[in-house]
Design a protein around this ligand. Structure first.
Ligand SMILES: NC(=O)c1ccc[n+]([C@@H]2O[C@H](COP(=O)([O-])OP(=O)(O)OC[C@H]3O[C@@H](n4cnc5c(N)ncnc54)[C@H](O)[C@@H]3O)[C@@H](O)[C@H]2O)c1
Ligand SMILES: O=C(O)C[C@H](O)C(=O)O
Length: 288
């Protein structure tokens, strides 16, 4: 039975709690939020499903979980242009939440934006091994990439993944596709990927179903030790020639976290975009 802790019981935290309970992926969920009325409401709403799930709200028990999901902090609104603009405010939230995780030795998933920088922050300052710190966002960006490819009549396959930053410096991989994707079309799709979440944020206050479904898939891969390749943010130590930041790469994920980082062949356009993403992320990570 997987014990899942969720830091931040807002839109993402609440939906992941519900989906994990409804699909039976978690047997016990520990919820944590500074907003106590919201925390209590989420707990009651989950219990009213009648599902066979234990909901705990004692922060002392968080460190004993198998998986912790970090989804606490501020989300973008239409006035906040990029995810990186959330760094200062959400570093303070990450720093507060770190108090609950000392002694934790399970797998940590970072969702809060800017996700790559915060994953690196929690890994380096939170004392969690880099193999156990997984940044979520690449699966969501990949789902969006597949939609845009289909719109252009190009059949996506599993080589078409979104790497790089979960943000302005995303790196869609086109070179493994059967169809040749010319540079102007790559740039057009990249612009669409950068803007993909904003209509959802404008229309309903935040992205929920897309992230939550993919987060629960990631939790399933970890808890069932499925050892699948997932595009996710990892603190690199020389892989792809990159270090000193966390960045989206394909990684084999299992119960122990990141089992292996796959170094796939990138073409020149992709290599240059990865370099730009790494420079941007190293600058963000250099701020703490
Ligand atoms: N990586 C991704 O793909 C992805 C996808 C969607 C959202 N996000 C990010 O996830 C985060 C959460 O988004 P959301 O839509 O659920 O926001 P939300 O506002 O609905 O929920 C955030 C919750 O965090 C809580 N919180 C704030 N400070 C806290 C603290 N110090 N300790 C504990 N709890 C605290 C708030 O009370 C709130 O309930 C945002 O940063 C958002 O940008 C990332
Ligand atoms: O775009 C955002 O700010 C939310 C999230 O990172 C997303 O991609 O849906």
């Amino acid at each position: 039975m997987t014990v899942l802790s969720i830091l931040g019981a807002g839109k993402i935290g609440g939906e992941v709690a519900f989906l994990s309970a409804a699909t039976g992926i978690a047997g016990e969920i520990n919820l944590f939020d500074i907003n106590k009325p919201l925390l209590e409401a989420q707990k009651l709403d989950l219990l009213h499903t009648g599902l066979d799930i234990t909901i705990d709200t004692d922060p002392e028990n968080i460190r004993n979980s198998d998986i912790i999901l970090f989804a606490a902090g501020m989300a973008r609104n239409p006035q906040i242009k990029t995810r990186a603009d959330l760094l200062d405010v959400n570093i303070r939230v990450a720093s507060e939440c770190m108090k609950c995780i000392s002694g934790f030795d399970g797998v940590f998933i970072t969702v809060t934006n800017p996700m790559d920088a915060l994953n690196y922050y929690l890994c380096t300052k939170g004392g969690i091994e880099r193999e156990k710190c997984i940044g979520f966002g690449g699966q969501l960006d990949t789902a969006r990439l597949h939609l845009f490819l289909k719109e252009k009549g190009i059949a996506p396959d599993n080589t078409a993944q979104a790497l790089g930053e979960h943000g302005e410096f995303q790196v869609p991989i086109f070179s493994g596709l059967e169809d040749e994707v010319p540079t102007d079309l790559r740039e057009e799709i990249l612009i669409k990927m950068r803007g993909a979440s904003m209509p959802v944020i404008k229309g309903k206050g935040g992205t929920v179903f897309g992230p939550a479904q993919n987060i629960v898939d990631l939790i399933r891969i970890i808890s069932q030790d499925l050892r699948e390749t997932v595009p996710c943010s990892c603190a690199l130590d020389g892989e792809y020639g990159i270090s000193s930041c966390s960045i989206g790469v394909p990684a084999v994920i299992g119960r122990e976290g990141i089992l292996r980082i796959e170094e796939t062949n990138l073409d020149e356009w992709e290599t240059n975009k990865m370099k730009e993403a790494a420079e941007h992320l190293k600058t963000l990570c250099g701020r703490f």
